[in-house]
Design a protein around this ligand. Structure first.
Ligand code: ATP
Ligand code: MG
Length: 251
């Protein structure tokens, strides 16, 4: 579903050049729930942004659902269409529109499709049901808990029939109970065949919910294996030291 080949990402600011990702090779299949782990600055958000076509690699190739993403050959409009059709995003800070009801928020990506109002509503309600929010469809985002708001975002991705859901620290600002419900909803999405990639900091949540863990360090893949193969020493190694790698730019 997602393939990254020899992907590198450099950020340049003034005289500092940061290698945010370095020669990353990955394939993630549909139905997988993958946890991206690693210390602050190791490249988790950068990786999710590249997978979600929010940013472009400095080198290498990103492929989503069989389509190679090459910005030189694709217009911004075409990239926006690909994002809208294939990718759902869940961010740490809930990205819902406060003036719209829960159901209306879920319908947003469907507005770009040739559907009747009735069809849109029925897709939105079905998706909200799958994340356990049938009783909240007429509420407004501020009337929901943080975990419920995250589940609305997951419902929005399910309604749009996203092939890929990318979640950047989706439970970082949630209590344990809400975190569990959000991760259960991500599992629902994976069970429906979506490739789900979430950055998580909590080892116990990754162990419990993810099929596979990709650990980054200094922008490179340190470990990439089924969750069951990770033991406490392996997790300790992931968080060994900061993942930043900076080199002074010559010239
Ligand atoms: N827009 C940017 N401009 C310059 N450097 C950047 C930019 N975004 C990220 N970086 C650098 O790239 C590296 C990777 O950053 P990234 O945000 O991907 O890390 P992260 O693993 O998501 O960290 P955290 O756990 O703190 O969210 C860091 O060294 C960061 O300082
Ligand atoms: Mg981040």
């Amino acid at each position: 579903m997602i393939r990254l080949e020899q992907v590198s990402k450099l950020y340049r600011t003034e005289r500092i050049e940061t290698v945010a990702l370095h020669n990353v090779n990955l394939t993630i299949e549909e139905g997988e729930l993958v946890s991206i782990m690693g210390p602050s600055g190791c490249g988790k958000s950068t990786l999710l942004h590249l997978m979600g076509l929010l940013d472009e690699p400095s080198q290498g190739e990103v492929e989503i659902d069989g389509e190679t993403i090459d910005r030189r050959r694709r217009s911004d409009r075409e990239l926006a269409r690909l994002r809208n059709e294939r990718v759902g995003f869940i961010f740490q800070q809930f990205h819902l529109i406060p003036d719209l009801s829960v159901a209306d928020n879920v319908e947003i990506p469907l507005l770009y499709r040739k559907l009747s109002g009735k069809e849109r509503r029925s897709l939105a309600l079905a998706a909200l049901d799958r994340v356990g929010l049938s009783s909240r469809t007429r509420h407004f985002p501020t009337q929901l808990s943080g975990g419920q708001q995250q589940r609305v975002a997951i419902a929005r991705a399910l309604a749009q029939n996203a092939k890929v859901i990318l979640a950047d620290e989706p439970v970082a600002s949630l209590d344990p109970e809400s975190s569990a419900t959000v991760l259960e909803s991500l599992r629902v999405a994976a069970a429906a065949g979506v490739a789900v990639i979430a950055s998580l900091h909590q080892v116990h949540l990754a162990t419990h919910y993810a099929d596979r863990i990709i650990a980054l360090r200094g922008g490179a893949v340190l470990q990439d294996a089924p969750t069951a193969t990770f033991d406490p020493p392996a997790f300790a190694q992931i968080y060994d030291r900061t993942g930043e790698r900076q080199v002074a730019r010559s010239g």
